[in-house]
Design a protein around this ligand. Structure first.
Ligand code: FAD
Length: 278
């Protein structure tokens, strides 16, 4: 398989890349790790006239602490860098726990966090993790920039609020609240496959031991990563007993997710998995 002909541009700075995006807009595609884009081009499902390769822009690859206790991650940071980062392990353990579920080591060596978020695959782990973490994304277009919350960013199947001449440059993850617990789990047919269903969860307890903050999001249960608002409301201010959690999980599976049938699983089986995993 070979891609259709395209013009290849390799900017050295973010500003250069943004200028190129302004010039080529709808005709251009950004190349990050290439792990999704290149196969799509080889199958000719995507035929961009221009490819803007971000791999020479070293300033887009970083993991830094924020003064508030969270982290900022540059869009071109590879999965493997985040997986090995002591700062991620310490401050964003939910992300650390989810990363090994993504594909295989070879793909995690090239794939980037920004690429996975921009690609907005409903079966991808990172969008659901970012929604659970209440992350926000910095988008740039020319000299303008805006921040969009993860929950507002994903709007449909492989669709986001980003405009064709916008670029995702940074992911910001807020600090975990005190007395927090977290978990990520998924069911895939084989390790490294896209999950049939996955769930990312976080709970922070108040001093009385009740759920002060609850975050629960799913992947592979609809067009995009979803925050389980009904389940969250059911668990908030409750003691996290087995019954309360089972009740919230049942609500999530019934009201918050909207899976479809496909060759991998029926909608009913996906709802069942959502309940069990939650
Ligand atoms: P690219 O492929 O380079 O780009 C993806 C899209 O995002 C393109 O449309 C591109 O234009 C756009 N883009 C990239 N960066 C930016 C930016 N900064 N601003 C705006 N737009 C941008 N993923 C999973 O989540 N879970 C899996 O289990 C999984 N399994 C996989 C198995 C295989 C065999 C393969 C090949 C891939 C798999 N992936 C999986 C996908 C992988 O995680 C990709 O790396 C990821 O989805 C895209 O990241 P990338 O850096 O390669 O982006």
């Amino acid at each position: 398989m070979k891609p259709a002909p395209f013009e290849y541009l390799a900017p050295a700075t973010v500003e250069e890349a943004l200028d190129m995006l302004q010039t080529h807009g709808y005709d251009a595609k950004i190349l990050a790790g290439g792990q999704s884009l290149v196969p799509t081009m080889n199958f000719r499902l995507a035929q961009p006239a221009v490819l803007i390769d971000l791999n020479k822009i070293s300033s887009l690859s970083y993991i830094e602490p924020t003064p508030a206790g969270g982290v900022r991650i540059g869009a071109m940071t590879r999965y493997v860098t985040a997986e090995k980062s002591p700062l991620i392990a310490e401050r964003v353990p939910l992300l650390r726990e989810a990363l090994p579920h993504i594909a295989h080591p070879q793909i995690r060596t090239r794939g980037t966090l920004g690429g996975a978020i921009a690609h907005a695959d409903p079966a991808a782990e990172l969008p659901a993790v970012c929604v659970a973490l209440d992350a926000r994304f910095k988008l740039r277009r020319g000299t303008a920039e805006r921040w969009v919350s993860a929950e507002d960013f994903f709007v449909g199947l492989f669709a986001t609020v980003m405009e064709p001449d916008e670029m995702l440059v940074e992911i910001e993850i807020p600090p975990l609240p005190q007395r927090s617990g977290w978990a990520f789990t998924e069911v895939a047919r084989r390790h490294g496959d896209y999950a049939l269903v996955g769930v990312a969860a976080g709970i922070a307890l108040d001093t009385a031991g009740k759920c002060a903050d609850v975050r629960l999001s799913f992947l592979s249960v609809g067009d995009h990563a979803v925050l389980a608002h009904n389940a969250i409301a059911a668990l908030k201010e409750q003691a996290p007993t087995a019954e309360a959690i089972a009740n919230a999980a049942a609500i999530a599976a019934e009201k918050d997710v909207s899976p479809g049938d496909d060759i991998h699983a029926t909608a009913a089986y996906r709802r069942h998995l959502a309940n069990v995993l939650a």
